[in-house]
Ligand binder design. Structure first.
Ligand code: UT7
Length: 335
């Protein structure tokens, strides 16, 4: 028997920037249509940051709400999952911690693209289990629209901006909110499916300027789609099994909001009926690492996710990288 301290969810909050972009707005500048985007992705609108704003601005808002939800004003560590840091160096988390008034708490970024929240849960749980922190603020924030190629209709219609955050505290593995066994994985042989080719050491060491579109995010959509469905299905089943749950025990299923068709395919394969699936992709699009905590926070605030619900959650993204875990939803107020 492990005597490690468990990480227990004690607060949750989220933030969306106010500027809305509808499918019709996108169709004015791209060769696409509201009908195509809705039928192929399930997305109707998304939010984007204001000119001059950055990921840290989203992260601070979501972080404040999670701290309020947990009724704490200090934490032992801050972890920020993001693919769109404010700058390549330094990490964004220390600035976020400072702006939240969290003093000199250890703070670092986690880079796991759309799996960032689940990898961040593992980091936070590790800090707690090791006794490095008694509580951790985990924020997942992405301003994906800042790396999207404005002329690439396959990615510009999907990706969007937003943030979600949770507070985790040390506790017992059998109490509500305790993060269950975490299943994580990666496959770097498929790193080319989701990438920003330029801006890192590989391109910079050539001494040549980057190609005009190489600073932008690229995704091979069809292959990514196939891996997303297969991997989120398998990883979810493993996480449920490690927790000792039957899939029929799952009251709520939350998958990374990549594409509504992916969510349907994964849920159908797992046998999760529609009324047990959480989804907000229609209103927010694919918000990268922020996707899961944003979904959970909104669902909890609306009452779709309530104390006692057995929740299975899974994410998948660039790397490739993926993860899943379980928890019984605790009594808390989401902001
Ligand atoms: O978050 C991390 C993980 N990301 C994902 O899991 C996303 C995975 N991929 C996807 O969600 C989908 O692959 C996309 C939504 C990106 C694309 O949907 P698809 O059904 O796989 O379309 P496709 O790429 O196979 O393209 C089908 C057709 C193509 O035209 P042709 O070659 O059949 O003539 C595309 O050029 O649809 C065309 N197309 C579009 N048409 C109108 C692609 N994007 C658009 C668009 N509007 N925005």
């Amino acid at each position: 028997m492990s005597t490690a301290r468990a990480a227990v969810l004690s607060g949750i909050g989220s933030y969306l920037p106010p500027d809305r972009v509808t499918n019709d707005d996108l169709a004015q500048r791209l060769d696409t249509s509201d009908a195509w985007i809705r039928s192929r992705t399930g997305i109707a609108e998304r939010r984007v940051i204001a000119p001059g704003a950055a990921t840290s601005d989203l992260a601070v808002e979501a972080g404040q709400r999670a701290l309020k939800s947990a009724a704490v004003d200090t934490v032992g560590a801050v972890v920020l999952a993001t693919t769109t840091p404010d700058q390549p160096c330094p990490a964004t988390a220390p600035q976020v911690a400072a702006r939240l008034g969290l003093g000199r708490a250890p703070a670092f970024d986690v880079a796991a693209v759309c799996s960032g929240f689940v990898y961040g849960l593992a980091s936070a749980a590790g800090l707690i289990a090791a006794g490095i922190a008694d509580d951790v603020l985990l924020i997942a924030a992405d301003a994906f629209t800042t790396i999207i190629d404005p002329e690439d209709r396959t990615t510009a219609v999907i990706f969007a901006d937003g943030a979600g955050a949770v507070v985790l505290r040390a506790g017992d593995a059998d109490e509500p909110g305790a993060i269950g066994p975490l299943v994580l994985g990666s496959d770097g042989e498929l790193s080319h499916l989701i990438e920003v080719p330029a801006g890192g050491s590989r391109q910079r060491s050539t001494g040549q300027p980057a190609g005009p579109r190489d600073q932008y995010f690229r995704m091979q959509g069809r292959d990514t789609y196939r891996h997303a469905v297969n991997t989120m299905t398998a990883t979810s089943a493993q996480a449920a099994e490690r927790a000792g749950w039957q899939l029929a025990d799952v009251d709520r299923f939350a998958a990374h909001q990549a594409n509504a068709r992916i969510l349907d395919a994964v849920s159908e394969r797992l046998g999760v009926p529609e009324e047990r699936r959480l989804s907000n992709i229609e209103r927010v699009g694919n918000t990268g690492a922020a996707s899961l905590p944003l979904l959970l926070s909104e669902a909890a605030a609306q009452g779709d996710l309530a104390a006692g619900h057995r929740l299975l959650l899974t994410a998948f993204g660039g790397g490739l990288s993926w993860g899943a875990t379980t928890l019984t939803w605790p009594e808390l107020q989401a902001f």
